[in-house]
Design a protein around this ligand. Sequence first.
Ligand SMILES: [Zn+2]
Ligand SMILES: [Zn+2]
Length: 431
Amino acid sequence: MKIIQYFALLLSVFLSSATWGQENFNLLELYKDLHSNPELSYKEEKTSKKLALLLNELGYDVTEGIGGYGVVAHLENGTGKTILIRADMDGLPVQEKTGASYASTRKSTNQVGQEVFTMHACGHDIHMTVLMGTARYMVENKDKWQGNLVLVLQPAEEVSGGARNMIKDGLFKKWPRPDYNLALHVSADIQAGKIGYLPGWAMANVDSVDIVVKGLGGHGAYPHKTKDPIVLAAQIINSLQTIISREIGPTQPAVLTVGSIHGGTKHNIIPNEVRLQLTLRSYTDEVRNKTITSIKRITRGLAVSAGMPAELYPEVILKDEYTPAVFNNPDLVKKLQSSFERSLGPENIFKTSPVMGGEDFGMFGRDEPIIPTALFWLGAVNKGVYDRSKKDNIALPSLHSDLFLPDPEPAIETGITAMSQAAIDLFGEDL
Ligand SMILES: [Zn+2]
Ligand SMILES: [Zn+2]
């Protein structure tokens, strides 16, 4: 497709067109509506319903309730490849402070029954809007491609359950198995209008680990009559630092952070237990497994050396909210790169660095036999804000910040252009 055709596309995306009938929704309005009405993970009821309706009106074969509030919209258009495009739907328990006219003032009930402010602080509202624009574009341009388009609206990304649940619920079995899985994520570091790509490992394995350090409590003045879990916890925290620095190869990325420690009630009481909460990050399964095994060995070894009886050895609990690393298939990324360069111009495309953040889209690339999968970064930062931050050396609000506010029009336009053209190019491989 020529650049000039894209201008027509972009105009049609944002302006009303009387010929489009019911499916004529304005994307900027849709984005603002999604932004003002975020829903927490596992609670995406209204969001999924709203988008499922629009996809249905566009002519997609829509199924709701896949792995929770997941939506699958299938469009069969002759024979050809199958391409899956995924967007996530959940917001975060953050109180928005952007000052935007459409800022969220919503409160929702979280998993433990608390009322919390809710915000689309990770830009999933942009992801959904781009998916809807792409959905419409692909219908309007059915003559440009052949095959099966499978659009996925995924719930519960922020808590790492949604992708797993949708796959368990038959995402890759009830619909044609994809030849490619595609997704994008907004970037809080890239200017709106630009795209970042990266072959290979892009985002990390994420594990949450709880350690319960047990002891025998007692009076703070008689420590010899106790087994002090606070001293043991301190030793454990220090020794855990040697896993990454001494046991994992220096060229292998890994992070071990003890993010919380809780124990005790008073100055002169030695408690019965101390609880630690850790986050672990890695790219490969080997590094992940090695780190977990070493945590178990070190905690147990230190308990033995402290003279703890076997029933008081620390408990290491690996939480089941594991997010697998995102591996971007290098061949697919090469194809995306050339597609983006043609549709957006090479000056707007650049290679990014891997990060240790997590994204449960990684799960889409783990289902056997492996489907080539790639996620790319969609710039979201307003040009003026971006330029000022560079000039004055001011950090930009990150994803999950209460100040994160994408520049919606250029970000959405660029996302739709990149995603639609990538899909059309990938469908065209067979022709
Ligand atoms: Zn997030
Ligand atoms: Zn996100």
